[in-house]
Design a protein around this ligand. Structure first.
Ligand code: ZN
Length: 698
């Protein structure tokens, strides 16, 4: 999960940087298509992990337009989200919860107002003394963007309410585009985009990028969030009002009555909204699903709100959703299309993620050309082959998923998909560790897809502890090409003059940074190992490795030897207390990748990790590899091992030729026998206590 979060944050930062380059510095580094690819990737991640999506994500604003252009407005009452129902069972359960909460007898009918759920952009409109004062987007639910000037371009928005009205009231509604308006608008944008491409081909000045909206909702949101209200005014935006926020006095006793008031005040209210009992909901739902294709706008379900406002008030909220309303969604739409290719993308932690490229198909209100395939196991499980006719599903804003293939339409000769075993970004081996479903690039230190992240980790406080190198600076140094691998950091002084010329750096801060880098040339071995960012080698495991191998030379030599299956070095590695087979496997893979070895040796030309010191009180066990077997009379196994380590011994789990001593307690098994066979000295508990500096047995 944190991998995903990291990738999302990197994407957001990257998109913002390109926005700045484009709009403020007029120096774009990437093409529109590449920019769109970044946005698309972010959208996909947000759809797959909605709980991680940031309210200020660039996907939630007009692409390419910094949302910073709008003032923030706080809503009087929060704009909440709705829980979803997906079938009649969910809806009945929702009604049962209401009855339980209000302590109503089971058969009590509940009156609802049913309203088609339009796919647009929610807004909050504040009226004082009947006059429209200002309006904001939903934003994060607590505060949104001040789009008052743009809302004023919508003809349907009442400027002044006829009396009577509360002194102050927030009206909630949806700004949307009808399907016909959307299709015309999209055609117009497509033509403009084509014209722009033609200008590009002719080498002419391009002007601002043209955004082709993917669906009506996207078009409405993009249009309302234009920094220039004149642009908004040119877009065919509509409004439907449906709820109340904060109000100085209640304008009605029921939701139905409130909708009547809205109509009287001149707000457009959906004519399909109707009052019904809970028993009638399923029939209404079915009718709406049937009428959906003929409606002039896109809907993705029906919202049911309890009609009595006093009951709404009693029910209140759970989390961020009201207990008295639910959005009953239509089943996701499905469509068939042809799979053209499978692209593999590399995340910043090296995860290889497959993505389907398909012939364009219209599903769930958008034209879809890409879908997630999750991982290689998923491809194998569904036996998805290039050229297959695939069944796509798309629900709401979620990225489309391939739910299966149509085997009857498989082209002759289609081969099972073979997942690549090398990284598309750097060519390193890509492997799956243990039961991990994700294949990852092993070129950690060299892979361009992973570099900045790895560098960040490398300099972090608990790793090499180089002060003054935040994410932004690392990204900058990387972009300048001065630091592409950890070793480059130690050659950064060659760029001193250029660094000092960078905005916001200056000679003093450059001097401080270069000093911090110099100080990092002799890190403790454990921190050095941790800094390499080998998967599963966190601080704790780095410490175990450092304590066991003691010097970077010994560690490197033994790791290289451990690559050979069945080797003594492999056995030794696996026998280190606390290092399981999965961790050993990660190390072996890291050292099996020639690019990592190159990077490591370049780094070791600059950095000399400090060996682990043997404790000052010299014990005959210091530096010795010991194995415990059987039960000791006076010490628990844990305490005995801790004591052995405290005097400088290395505790391993199995006996090999590398073992110096085997300490044998009662009920010792095969380890004692193996020690005898290999001629390894055996210690009794008393002998161990003496050598470990413990008082003799009583
Ligand atoms: Zn790679």
């Amino acid at each position: 999960m944190s991998d995903v979060l990291e990738e999302m944050e990197r994407l957001i930062e990257e998109i913002r940087r390109h926005d700045r380059l484009y709009y403020e510095e007029d120096a774009p580094e990437i093409s529109d298509a590449e920019y769109d690819a970044l946005l698309q990737r972010l959208r996909a991640l947000e759809a797959a992990h909605p709980e991680l999506a940031r309210p200020d994500s660039p996907t939630r604003r007009v692409p390419g337009r910094p949302a910073e252009g709008f003032r923030k407005l706080r809503h009087g009452a929060p704009m909440l989200s709705l829980d979803n129902a997906f079938d009649e069972g969910d809806f009945r359960e929702f009604c049962a919860r209401i009855r339980r909460f209000l302590a109503l007898p089971e058969a009590t009918p509940l009156d609802f107002v049913a309203e088609p759920k339009i796919d647009g952009l929610s807004v909050n409109l504040l009226y004082e003394d009947g006059r429209f004062l200002r309006g904001a987007t939903r934003g994060d639910g607590l505060e949104g963007e001040d789009v008052t000037a743009n809302l004023l371009t919508i003809a349907e928005l009442p400027r002044q309410l006829p009396p009577p009205f509360p002194a102050r009231i927030e009206i909630r509604g949806e700004v949307y585009m009808t399907r016909a308006d959307f299709l015309a608008f999209r055609a117009q944008q497509e033509a403009a985009a084509a014209e722009r491409e033609a200008r590009r081909a002719r080498g002419e000045k391009l002007g601002p990028p043209v955004q082709v909206p993917v669906n009506a909702r996207n078009a409405a949101a993009g249009s309302l969030r234009q920094l220039d209200p004149a642009v908004t005014a040119s877009r065919p935006l509509r409004l439907l009002a449906y709820a109340m926020g904060e109000a100085s006095e209640a304008p009605a006793e029921t939701h139905h009555g409130f909708l009547e008031r809205l109509r009287a005040w001149g707000f457009p209210v959906n004519p399909l909204s109707q009052r019904l009992s809970d028993a009638e909901a399923a029939a209404f739902q079915a009718r709406m699903a049937a009428e959906r294709p003929q409606l002039p706008y896109d809907i993705d379900g029906v919202v049911y709100k309890l009609d009595r406002l006093d009951w709404q008030a009693r029910l209140g909220f759970v989390g961020r959703a009201p207990r008295w309303a639910i959005a009953w969604k239509f089943p996701p739409e499905r469509a068939w299309t042809r799979l053209i290719a499978i692209e593999i993308q590399v995340g910043r932690t090296g995860a290889l993620t497959p993505r389907a490229v398909m012939e364009p198909v219209f599903v769930g209100g958008v034209t879809v050309t890409h879908a997630t395939l999750h991982n290689e196991e998923e491809i194998a499980r569904k036996d998805i082959r290039i050229g297959d006719m695939v069944i796509l599903q798309r629900a709401g804003d979620v990225i489309p998923q391939i739910i299966g293939v149509v085997p009857e339409l498989r082209p002759a000769g289609a081969q099972p998909y073979v997942f690549r075993t090398t990284c598309p970004a750097c060519g390193s081996h890509a492997v799956r560790a243990g039961d991990d479903v994700v294949r990852r690039c092993t070129g950690g230190l060299t892979c361009p897809a992973q570099r900045v992240e790895r560098l960040k980790h490398f300099v972090s406080r608990r790793a090499m502890d180089i002060e003054g190198l935040g994410e932004e600076r690392i990204a900058l140094l990387h972009a300048k090409g001065w630091v592409t691998s950890p070793a480059d950091l130690f050659r950064l002084h060659r760029h001193r003059a250029e660094l000092e010329a960078l905005e916001g750096w200056g000679p003093q801060s450059v001097a401080k940074l270069l000093e911090a880098i110099e100080r990092a040339r002799h890190p403790p071995l454990e921190r050095f190992i941790f800094a390499l960012g080998i998967r599963r080698i966190g601080e704790q495991n780095a410490k175990l490795l450092a304590r066991h191998y003691r010097s970077v030379e010994a560690w490197q030599e033994r790791m290289l030897a451990a690559r050979t299956p069945g080797s003594e070095a492999r056995e030794e590695l696996c026998s280190i207390q606390g290092i399981g087979p999965a961790i050993a496997q990660e190390l072996i893979e890291f050292f099996a990748e020639p690019r990592n070895l190159e990077t490591l040796s370049a780094l070791l030309a600059e950095v000399q990790p400090r060996p682990v010191e043997i404790p000052a009180a010299e014990s005959p066990l210091a530096g010795k590899a010991v194995v415990f077997t059987g039960t000791l009379a006076t010490l628990s196994r844990q305490e005995a091992e801790a004591r052995a380590e405290a005097v400088g011994a290395r505790v391993t789990k199995s006996v090999s030729r590398k073992t110096d001593y085997v300490i044998v307690g009662s009920d010792a098994g095969s380890k004692a026998a193996k020690a005898a066979e290999l001629g390894i000295p055996i210690l009794t508990e008393a002998e161990f206590r003496a050598m470990a500096g413990l008082p003799p047995l009583p």
